[in-house]
Design a binder for this molecule. Structure first.
Ligand code: SF4
Ligand code: SF4
Length: 217
């Protein structure tokens, strides 16, 4: 019988190949196809603006202070009274993140009092030099329409469709620290393009939440 098993050997190999060919594919043809990211995916940062174009960053340096990897450098400056860059007294004059050090923990996002810094679903950050991995303010700050710049090619806008597909970030703490929001997740539009739908079991109705907060204060 040994000779029979030997004769079947190659066919057994083909059977394995055939079985694999009929199984559903688990890989995608990246970069032509991009897989949908989880809602809480932590991709590259952006610095946001208000709808009127003003910068949200007030140069407070809280993000730099909280960063466990010490990869953020911020230098604030006084707003010019006749042409303020941000609401309030100061703005982020210098803002840099060293992406080679970043561990994508989003502590900076949590610490920011104005939601100036958020994380997107954009993840393509490969560079050919260490210097290019340091994202400067010009690269982090979104365009007036909320579209991020491409870091290595400033002013080359990211494909908006791609951003809308993958755009997302969620603040895990109550907005403003108001008691009525305790345990309630607040939803923040990412890159000023979209508001994320609520996850299962969470309310995404901000008007309802605001009513509740107003009623209890
Ligand atoms: S995501 Fe974490 S490591 Fe990266 S810049 Fe923010 S705080 Fe620092
Ligand atoms: S990004 Fe936020 S935490 Fe960081 S300096 Fe600007 S306002 Fe402050």
């Amino acid at each position: 019988m040994g000779w029979f098993a030997d004769a079947l050997g190659p066919f057994r190999g083909f059977a394995v190949t055939l079985r694999q060919m009929t199984r559903p594919r688990v890989t995608t043809s990246y970069p032509k196809e991009k897989r949908e990211k989880p809602q809480r995916f932590h991709g590259r940062h952006i610095l946001n603006r208000y709808p009127d174009g003003m910068e949200k960053c007030i140069g407070c340096e809280l993000c730099a202070g909280v960063c466990p990897a010490r990869c953020i450098y911020v230098r604030g400056a006084d707003n010019p009274p006749d042409n303020p860059v941000s609401p309030g007294e100061r703005y982020g004059f210098v803002y840099e993140i060293n992406m080679l050090r970043c561990i994508f923990c989003a502590m900076c996002v949590e610490a920011c009092p104005t939601e100036a810094i958020t994380m997107t679903h954009l993840f393509e950050m490969s560079t050919t030099s260490r210097d290019d991995a340091i994202y400067t303010k010009g690269e982090l700050l979104v365009e007036p329409d909320g579209t991020p710049n491409h870091p290595q090619e400033p002013n080359r806008l990211i494909d908006v469709n791609e951003l809308e597909l993958g755009s997302g970030w969620m603040r895990a703490t109550a907005p403003g620290g108001r008691a009525a929001f305790e345990g309630v997740v607040g939803w923040t539009p990412s890159a000023t393009h979209s508001e994320l739908p609520a996850e299962l079991g969470q309310s995404g109705d901000s008007a309802e939440l605001a009513d509740e907060a107003g009623g209890s204060s």
